[in-house]
Design a binder for this molecule. Structure first.
Ligand code: LHQ
Length: 268
């Protein structure tokens, strides 16, 4: 592990942990960090030794979103200087990252260790299971700087908490404490700060022993079912169930149940 890298990568058994590592700027996203994140997700997707991923932040924050001092986002333009198109940053960095995250072949856990703001919040919410420490918080900071939620926020927020709360979060841009985020169903679970890392790793180790291929397909089916009517969703279930029925994990799971032994899952 390179301590000076913007992204730290560690592996423990079948669990890989990615740590955003720009603590002095609350792990705000630079083009470099976004690129490293995407490359690390691609590597984890291709590496069959990885069966669960944890994403967390170094220091007191998870991620403060886009680094607003990056010249790419036009901080403090000189008089007469034309602004650059920040849409290019979404096309080139955020969209590929969000799509990569949402199509990982293994479950992804966000361990939100502090504030998650802007694209940092929506990157966390795009993960499959979001754990947060008691002192963590979520801020849809976009409205404060005249932008709309990105990194999937416009799609994720209404689906997670409904239109009224999504608009509350996005329009007011207020800090939402982790306990409230859990209470409104925005995240999976809020735990004591000192238990966050160990809880995330234990959950990831447990998941890594489970049928992760079916779990990734469950995420995909949920995402696509949101765009379908009931009958289309039923048909999608039949297609995916058919594929999984031929896979080793189903054979192993059913056999292990009947033989009253623990299953050993291996598909990815
Ligand atoms: C930061 C940042 C930051 C740089 C803290 N950048 N330095 C996509 C594409 C294109 C354009 C724009 O946006 C996007 C997506 C987005 O993500 S937009 C939203 C961008 N993020 C924000 O607007 C959040 C800005 N940060 C904050 O509001 C606060 O820092 C929060 C509430 C996150 C934390 O507040 P505090 O705990 O009071 O910490 P702090 O403000 O004192 O920050 C600590 C340091 O981190 C400080 O640096 P310094 O040198 O003074 O110690 C901040 O400047 C730096 N920092 N966020 N996004």
């Amino acid at each position: 592990m390179q301590e000076d890298s913007q992204l730290l990568i560690q592996q423990d058994g079948a669990v890989r942990t990615l740590t955003l590592n720009r603590p002095a700027a609350l792990n705000a996203f630079t083009a470099g960090l976004l690129s490293q994140m995407r490359a690390a997700l691609n590597e984890a997707a291709e590496d069959t030794t990885v069966r669960c991923l944890v994403v967390t932040g170094a220091g007191r924050a998870f991620c403060a979103g886009q680094d607003l001092s990056d010249p790419l986002v036009n901080p403090q333009l000189q008089p007469g200087e034309a602004p650059k198109d920040i849409g290019h940053l979404l096309d080139g960095y955020y969209i590929p990252l969000a799509l990569r995250l949402r199509s990982m072949p293994v479950p992804v856990i966000a361990a939100v260790n502090g504030v998650a703001a802007g694209a940092g919040a929506n990157f966390a919410l795009g993960c499959d299971l979001v754990l947060a420490g008691q002192s963590a918080s979520f801020i849809q900071a976009f409205s404060k700087i005249g932008l709309i939620p990105d990194c999937g926020g416009t799609w994720l927020l209404p689906r997670l908490v409904g239109r009224a709360r999504a608009l509350q979060l996005a329009l007011l841009g207020e800090k939402l404490p982790a306990a409230e985020a859990q209470a409104m169903g925005l995240i999976y679970r809020c735990v004591a700060d000192e238990e966050l890392a160990v809880t995330a790793q234990a959950l990831a180790q447990r998941i890594s022993q489970m049928p992760v291929q079916a779990m990734a397909q469950t995420r995909r089916a949920f995402d696509q079912a949101g765009l379908m009517d009931f009958e289309q969703a039923l048909k999608q279930e039949a297609v995916l169930q058919s594929q999984l029925g031929f896979a080793n994990d189903y054979q192993e799971g059913a056999a292990a149940f009947l033989q009253k032994r623990a299953p050993k899952f291996s598909d990815r």
